[in-house]
Design a protein around this ligand. Structure first.
Ligand SMILES: Nc1ncnc2c1ncn2[C@@H]1O[C@H](COP(=O)(O)OP(=O)(O)OP(=O)(O)O)[C@@H](O)[C@H]1O
Length: 252
């Protein structure tokens, strides 16, 4: 069974059908792209997959469980983590604390242990610290652990957002335009980071991205939507030469 199996996903906002009959099936370890012109419905798909929007109809099965109607935190619990088009970090907190906050669902102390700083609290805190530092090592950010998130350069803020999503221990990572605003060097590093995540964590990645070099360079399979509907599914070569895709992008 696929890790994520989406069928006939549709959402209407008043008279507008923003996403119409969307489907996707993603296996563990797969690196999948979701592309389409501006306003095609890509972020709306992410918002339905992560419980931000309730679909009008359709099913979303994540790791064998139907998650339609679940709240965003339940969906994180079920194994889907995401990043946003506009970076969302706790800017006044340190890099380490940003990661530790996301790790809290793994922490096993209760409120009394916390208030009285009992040994179980310190054990869990130490575990969270070690885990955060391991993650930051993977992203080559250990040296920035005590910097405030707001003081990081843009490319590193993006990396931190991904590290934070990974701290929730997901089975699938949804990345919404991770290369937006990055310079070519930062984009190149991001590609390496995405490969690294897939190989090290063995999770699936679904990526929305406008940077075609990035999508075509790293995704094995790509789904293309336009006006809320799927117009093509295939490998990068098939997508590049698909007449419907060319037409959608050139706006003919
Ligand atoms: N909450 C909402 N209420 C009404 N319309 C919405 C809502 N959210 C999205 N839409 C509409 O749904 C359509 C798809 O928007 P969406 O943001 O998903 O596109 P996108 O493919 O992610 O675009 P971009 O590449 O520009 O980010 C747009 O017409 C948008 O205006």
């Amino acid at each position: 069974m696929a890790l994520l199996d989406v069928k006939d996903l549709t959402i209407k906002f008043g008279g507008l059908t923003a996403v119409d009959g969307f489907e996707i099936s993603i296996e563990s370890g797969e690196l999948r792209g979701l592309i389409g012109p501006n306003g095609a419905g890509k972020t709306t798909v992410f918002n339905m997959l992560t419980g931000v929007y309730l679909p009008t109809s359709g099913s979303i099965v994540l790791d064998g469980k139907n998650v339609v109607g679940k709240q965003p935190y339940d969906i994180v619990e079920a194994g889907a983590a995401r990043t946003f088009q506009n970076i969302r970090l706790f800017k006044e907190l340190t890099v380490e604390d940003n990661v530790k906050i996301a790790y809290h669902k793994e922490m096993k102390y209760n409120i009394v242990d916390g208030i009285f700083r009992l040994p179980s609290y310190w054990n869990e805190e130490k575990k969270a610290h070690n885990y955060a530092m391991e993650l930051l090592d993977i992203f080559d950010m250990r040296q920035s652990a005590q910097s405030l998130a707001k003081n990081l350069p843009y490319g590193k803020q993006r990396k931190l957002e991904i590290a934070r999503a990974l701290a929730t221990n997901p089975k699938i990572l949804l990345l919404d335009e991770p290369a937006a605003g990055m310079n070519p060097q930062e984009t190149k590093e991001l590609m390496e980071t995405i490969y690294l995540i897939r190989d090290k964590f063995k999770i699936a990645i679904l990526l929305i991205e406008h940077d075609m070099n990035l999508v075509m360079g790293i995704c094995e399979k790509i789904t293309v939507i336009d006006y809320g509907k799927i117009i093509a599914v295939g490998n990068p070569d098939q997508i590049k030469s698909n007449p419907n895709v060319i037409k959608a992008y050139l706006g003919e």
